[in-house]
Design a protein around this ligand. Structure first.
Ligand SMILES: *Cc1c(COP(=O)(O)O)cnc(C)c1O
Length: 225
């Protein structure tokens, strides 16, 4: 399938999900996750109209960046080692995996501008997953107020790999409620208005539950060439 055909299908699914809950499809940002595919396929995504790209490894992002540069907004979506921040920081527009103070400190130190960050939350509490426990999010965000180069624009989660729709919904909903709670505090360093949640298999449900950013890889570009 061409990326364009996949994107058309995704857009109509997004429209249906939005219609169902009275949301505006323009409020949804599709991040094309290109970690599985080549530069050529990534170029095809850009031509199809994707202007947000996501990579989960520094090496992958740098490789694609060489070719795409500022034709896309770059989202770093993988777990991030502090020692890699220095090489990443000038390329990236958003970091989705802020989950510890030491990482915040490093981002703050290396950045020479404000970096919009999503705080990653492990809503389901699975041991294999990165991210803060839900109950630790408010304190963590409070601790970020002195890092002037960090702006918490939202929360991010990865849902468990399950078919159980109710479980997925609850996961997304819990993240939304936490987003609302932080957002209501009106913190200058943490407007926290976005929700990065939903991947190829669950983005429609995520949108029904409030996602503003969906991260779609295999359904958009395929999982290999
Ligand atoms: C790989 C990845 C995605 C995209 O996964 P698909 O199921 O292929 O859509 C989204 N978010 C993160 C953090 C990823 O690592």
């Amino acid at each position: 399938m061409t990326v364009l055909a996949n994107l058309e299908e995704i857009r109509s699914t997004i429209k249906r999900a939005c219609d169902k809950v009275n949301r505006n499809e323009e409020d949804i940002t599709v991040i094309g996750v290109t970690k599985y595919v080549t530069i050529k396929r990534t170029e095809e995504a850009i031509e199809a109209g994707i202007n947000h790209l996501g990579e989960n490894r520094l090496e992958g992002l740098l490789e694609k960046f060489t070719s795409i540069e500022d034709r896309a907004n770059w989202h770093f979506i993988g777990s991030l080692q502090s020692r890699k921040v220095r090489d990443l920081i000038d390329k990236v527009d958003y970091i989705h995996s802020l989950d510890r103070k030491s990482l915040a400190k490093e981002i703050n130190k290396r950045a020479n501008r404000t970096i919009p960050c999503f705080v990653q939350v492990n809503v389901s509490g699975e041991e294999s997953k990165h991210g803060l426990n839900l109950e630790d999010v408010p304190d963590f965000i409070d601790q970020l107020k002195n890092f002037s180069n960090i702006k918490v624009v939202g929360l991010m989660t990865m849902a468990p790999h399950v078919e159980n729709e109710q479980l997925l919904r609850n996961t997304f909903k819990e993240l939304r409620l936490m987003r609302d709670k932080i957002n209501k505090q009106g913190l200058e360093h943490a407007p926290c208005s976005y929700l990065s949640m939903g991947m190829s298999n669950d983005y429609a449900i995520a949108i029904e539950e409030g996602a503003t950013h969906v991260r779609i890889g295999s359904k958009l570009v395929g999982s290999n060439d």
